[in-house]
Design a protein around this ligand. Structure first.
Ligand code: SIN
Length: 540
């Protein structure tokens, strides 16, 4: 290997880098392996993606009573009409084919009497949600996609590697620089195209259903490289996550309400009918805010989800993971009401992309939660995200395969070999800063925001930002830096949108008048502030 600036080494050659190993990343990599050498890079292990934790299922118009037009209408309606119709069309129309393909590869969706079962979830006009092993759908899909990826000849893996930055030459994304989490070894990896499938950033909030690795790395690295981020103010808060002192806010699937689970306030009263005619099955943003109001009115930190009437045997079979997880903290959900409160769950916004995954930075593609192609509008329809990963993972792969960079391989390597990076530094207390940021975002930029709370949050973020400047080079430090950048983007976008729409609720602007709301927020790092060097390439 050739040494670069004493510290960086040129890594293995690949045509395409796929960053992330969730549904979107794996599906993109499988498709791309027909077109060239693919390197999948993932922090931690390949089985630690957000997708693995998806319980409820995957929405797809495949039942006899269903129709793609109904799925389209429900998607646009749940998104409060802000969604882009071309994206929603692609999702619902290509979704069935992508699911059939997954079934052909061996995915075991649950069946009764030999027929797939379709579950009900909020804001769906039909029972439409396929599931696997009751409440372990993401896990099953990832199992099959990993197996399928293994069968492809051209896929290599870099597990436990953290991307420090995207590399840009002559305005084109040409690769990444990466640190090996175990050894600290630094490498530059050139490629024709980079596909970001890094998921969301739930960890930016103190309460989240996301695993610890959901730190918004893709959003932050794309932003630093100059790509446009869109609609970052739209963060979906899942209404029901476990509220327990000794447990992280574990997700309690919406399908529990789909199966008849009821929400009760501190006094034991059913309250959802007061907020929406669909009661427990109202869209997620409405249920989450209703819970928030009930908690505020009763000065309680949670409400209750009651499934006891569904019967012990049924609960254990239908929700085995949830049943076991709650039992570990001494809650028997077959007999007790479960304390629940909302938690940050999913980003509707992200790296601005078209339906083919192309971002505003040539050579950079994005798919899945990392991307914002407008499919979800202001609020995602339940269980649309696994389908999104499949459909737009394939689309982004096709675009990457068609992309012809003007920079040739030899020149790309030469250009990247000449990039210079500043001296290394380390954060004083990454853990403390991370926790303070998460608390700030939860308190001031959460489910209910005001101009005042957002301004306060921005002031704090500005005060903390100098701490994350410079050439940080370890995973914990880099995650905090990424979270800080994502937090700023969310807060600025939320301050800018002076009305309430879908998941973005401003208590100082509770309504949404006229047509001024039908706009998308966009945020881009000014060229002068981009830390990634972007030299003009000298062809030698
Ligand atoms: C759930 O099962 O409630 C989560 C699935 C989703 O977010 O769509």
């Amino acid at each position: 290997m050739t040494p670069l600036n004493q510290t960086f080494h040129l890594g293995p050659e690949a045509d395409y880098l796929v960053i992330g190993s969730g549904v979107a990343g794996l599906r993109a990599a499988i498709e791309l392996s027909q077109h060239g050498r693919v390197l999948i890079i993932t922090k931690g292990s390949r089985r630690q993606s957000n997708s693995v934790y998806a319980q409820g299922g995957v929405a797809v118009a495949l039942s006899e009573e269903d129709d793609v037009n109904l799925h389209f209408t429900d998607t646009i309606k749940a998104g409060h009409q802000l969604g882009r119709e071309d994206a929603a069309r692609a999702l619902v129309e290509e979704g069935p084919m992508r699911i059939q393909e997954l079934i052909a590869w061996g995915t075991q969706f649950d069946k009764v009497d030999g027929k797939f079962v379709f579950a009900k979830e909020g804001a769906h006009s039909r029972d439409r949600v396929l599931r696997a092993q009751g409440d372990a759908t993401g896990n099953e899909m990832i199992r099959v996609l990993l197996e399928q990826a293994k069968k492809q000849g051209h896929i290599q893996w870099f597990d436990h590697h953290f991307i420090m930055d995207l590399l840009v030459l002559d305005g084109q994304c040409c690769g990444v620089r990466v640190v090996n989490e175990a050894t600290g070894h630094l490498q530059v990896l050139p490629a024709k195209a980079v596909i970001l499938t890094t998921g969301g950033a739930g960890q930016v909030y103190a309460r989240t259903t996301n695993p610890p690795n959901a730190t918004g790395d893709g959003f932050a690295m794309a932003y630093r490289a100059g790509a446009i981020l869109e609609d970052m103010e739209f963060v979906q808060f899942h209404p029901t996550s476990l509220f327990h002192q000794s447990s992280p806010p574990f997700l309690l699937s919406e399908t529990m309400r789909g199966e008849g689970g009821l929400l009760r306030n501190r006094k034991g009263e059913l309250f959802m009918p007061k907020y929406h005619p669909s009661a427990e099955l109202a869209p997620r943003d409405i249920v989450a805010r209703a819970i928030w109001s009930e908690m505020a009115a009763s000065r309680s930190r949670h409400v209750y989800l009651d499934v006891t009437h569904l019967g012990s045997a049924y609960i254990k079979k239908r929700f085995p993971t949830i049943y076991q997880t709650c039992l570990r903290v001494d809650i028997d959900i077959t007999e007790e009401w479960i304390p629940v409160s909302p938690s940050a769950h999913y980003f509707m916004g992200g790296i601005k992309a078209n339906i083919d995954g192309e971002t505003s930075l040539p050579g950079l593609l994005a798919a899945g939660e990392a991307a914002c192609n407008g499919v979800h509008g202001a609020n995602r329809l339940a269980s649309n995200s696994l389908l999104e990963g499949l459909v737009f993972g394939v689309r982004a792969a096709h675009s990457a395969a068609q992309w012809t960079p003007t920079i040739k391989g030899k020149d790309r390597k030469h250009g990247l070999a000449n990039l210079e990076f500043g001296p290394k530094r380390t954060l004083e207390d990454a853990e403390k800063l991370r926790n303070s940021l998460r608390r700030l975002m939860w308190d001031q930029v959460g489910l209910v925001r005001t101009g005042d709370s957002l301004t306060k949050a921005l002031a704090k973020i500005s005060a903390w930002e100098p701490q994350v400047q410079g050439f940080l080079h370890t995973r914990p430090d880099l995650e905090v830096k990424n979270m800080m950048q994502v937090a700023r983007c969310i807060t600025e976008a939320a301050l800018w949108r002076e009305h309430s729409l879908g998941a973005h609720y401003r208590a100082d602007f509770p309504g949404c008048k006229g047509s001024a709301w039908k706009i998308h927020s966009q945020i881009q790092c000014p060229e002068s502030e981009r830390p990634t060097p972007t030299p003009q390439l000298k062809i030698v």
